[in-house]
Design a protein around this ligand. Structure first.
Ligand code: SF4
Ligand code: SF4
Ligand code: FES
Length: 359
């Protein structure tokens, strides 16, 4: 048999081609159907623990049930994602999960702007409360951090948060403590995030499929229709992708843009502070000029430019071009930065030009 770089298989009767080494999940994602993947995050790869992504694989006369996130795609197999057996199986798994967590309509609403995979699975498979309720996981002590709320009553022990923290962010701030229903997510130093190595990157919040971890800073009103708009974090020169949440009138929060080259990674500033200054009462929206009493007064842009050019010319005439310094911005386009350095060097005559991307 000749080895090729491609694998041809069928998913629900549809011919699909993937690369050698791809998992079945990759092939399924190329179709209209999807399977719940409650323990899977692309950035950390497969764990194969939640079993929600189980599919039927027909190879010749044999039928096997495999986790599509771990099973390597093979030539000439047929994959079925929604047979009656699989639908029943996923429903039962969700019923087991529901017996160990506290889940209601509010919980579903709470996750709609971050990660709503558990809600979506509940909506699709309609589990019932048929298993006896287990004792819930402990709610983590509030360590008075301003960013992350931890409500382990909703934790299904998928361990996406610990994996993303340890393997992706490499912060090693949280780990698993205990086993089975007694297991809980634990951070060092008395389970307080503020005292641990947590950098408040927020990745655990974004990967958590149930809302057990949530963003304390985004207060979403459940009645309003919020929208998301792709943008760039306004802080450093890296320019990570964010999605701004708004109700059409006001910016309400930001979540990472997983399609951006930054793949959803953000630092504490991008995650929790890239938007709220927009609504600040202290934000400068007009040019201000000090009056003769030393108090700032609003002036027109024309007036501001006039005063600026007078003072600039006076400084250059009296003290030379090197008495000025020019700051470009990481948040404008390359052409604008180019023009500013050209202006500083050739019009003003100084090399005192810098950009915040450098730091
Ligand atoms: S915010 Fe980041 S560093 Fe802190 S626990 Fe979550 S993933 Fe780890
Ligand atoms: S807190 Fe969320 S991400 Fe972490 S194990 Fe529990 S359900 Fe999974
Ligand atoms: S996503 Fe495949 S086992 Fe959880």
């Amino acid at each position: 048999m000749i080895e090729t770089d491609f694998i041809n298989l069928k998913v629900n009767g549809e011919n699909i081609t993937v690369s050698t080494g791809d998992r079945l999940l990759h092939a399924i994602k190329k179709t209209q159907k999807s399977v719940p993947t409650l323990c899977y995050d692309d950035r950390i790869g497969p764990q194969g623990t939640c079993r929600m992504c189980l599919v039927e694989v027909k190879k010749g006369q044999n039928i096997n049930y495999v986790a599509s996130c771990t099973y390597l795609a093979e030539n000439d197999i047929e994959v079925f994602t929604h047979s009656d057996t699989l639908i029943d199986y996923r429903k039962t798994l969700l019923e087991l999960s529901l017996s160990e967590i506290k889940w209601d309509d509010q919980s579903s609403e709470k996750t709609k702007l971050t990660n709503n995979e558990f809600s979506a699975a509940v909506k699709e498979y309609k589990p019932e409360n048929i298993f006896p309720e287990l004792e819930k996981r402990e709610v983590a002590k509030d360590d008075l951090n301003p960013f992350i709320a931890r409500d382990y009553d909703k934790c299904i022990a998928c361990y996406r948060c610990t994996n993303i923290c340890n393997d992706w962010e490499q912060a090693s701030a949280i780990t698993i403590d205990g086993r089975g229903q007694d297991s809980k997510i634990f951070s060092f130093f008395d389970n307080k995030l503020m005292k641990s190595d947590c950098t408040f990157c927020g990745q655990c919040v974004n990967t958590c499929p149930t809302g057990a971890l949530s963003n304390k800073k985004i207060e979403i009103s459940l009645e309003k229709k919020e929208t998301k708009t792709k943008s760039i974090c306004p802080y450093c020169g890296v320019g990570c992708g964010i999605e701004l949440i708004s109700d059409g009138k006001k910016v309400l929060g930001a979540t990472p843009d997983f399609d951006a080259p930054s793949l959803g990674s953000l630092c504490v500033k991008g995650q929790f502070a890239s938007w709220d200054f927009v609504n600040s009462q202290e934000r400068l929206t007009d040019p201000l000029l000090k009056n003769k009493n030393g108090e700032f007064e609003k002036v027109s842009w024309e007036k501001a430019y006039e005063v600026f050019s007078q003072k600039l010319n006076a400084s250059i005439e009296n003290n030379g071009p090197d008495s000025t310094v020019w700051w470009a911005s990481a948040r404008v386009v390359t052409e604008a930065n180019y023009l500013l350095q050209k202006f500083a060097r050739t019009v003003v005559g100084t090399n005192n030009i810098d950009n915040c991307s450098r730091t």
